[in-house]
Design a protein around this ligand. Structure first.
Ligand code: COA
Length: 159
């Protein structure tokens, strides 16, 4: 079993400037674009932890609390919350920042599950996670509770 790796080492911060091609007719970022950025941010955090290829197994509910307008920045923070076996829960928070004033608002947060893949393309164990702060321990505990609910609602694989 490899040594546990600090949760903080998986942290990823990604910043996008919302351009017209990212936006709908209201001048705000497409939800699907923000979802793509969220998925990529989480994938990078999962790979930073596992250092092997990963795939998205599931994305929990995503609620958009505030729009991100053209010309504003979208800032995504991702971090591995918990490692179970081959799967990892990654938390991503998306904020919007006005580049002229610096004002930030929370746009959405999401929990995504990634599975580490071995050279054969099959799930393989990810390194254990080391949580060093009260916040990281809380995230890990809450991720365990979410995992139970997630697996209970998992759609069986087609034969
Ligand atoms: C995710 C995937 C690798 C799981 O493979 P599988 O053969 O069903 O593997 P298992 O049943 O052994 O599960 C492997 C791990 O995935 C977890 N898992 C599988 N489906 C899950 C789901 N819907 N939500 C959360 N975790 C899930 C299992 O709990 C297990 O975790 P553990 O090792 O930590 O206990 C497989 O379903 C797959 O490749 N899906 C497509 C992924 C993809 O292409 N994503 C991009 C979007 S299309």
């Amino acid at each position: 079993m490899p040594a546990p790796k600090p949760a903080a080492d998986s942290r990823v911060e990604v910043t996008h400037l919302v351009m017209p091609f990212d936006a709908n007719t209201l001048g705000t970022a497409f939800g699907g674009t923000v979802m793509q950025w969220t998925d990529l941010t989480a994938a990078m955090a999962a790979m930073r932890h596992a250092r092997v290829p990963v795939v998205t197994a599931s994305i929990d509910q995503l609620s958009f609390l505030a729009p991100i307008r053209i010309g504003q920045m979208a800032i995504l923070h991702g971090q591995v919350n918990a490692v179970f076996g081959s799967s990892m829960e990654v938390g991503v928070e998306v904020q919007t920042e006005d580049p002229l004033t610096g004002e930030r608002k929370k746009c959405c947060d999401a929990y995504l599950t990634f599975v580490a893949l071995g050279p054969d393309g099959q799930p393989t164990r990810a390194p254990p996670l080391r949580t060093d702060t009260d916040d990281e321990r809380r995230r890990e505990r809450e991720a365990g509770e979410r995992r139970a609910a997630r697996l209970a609602s998992r759609t069986p694989r087609a034969p």
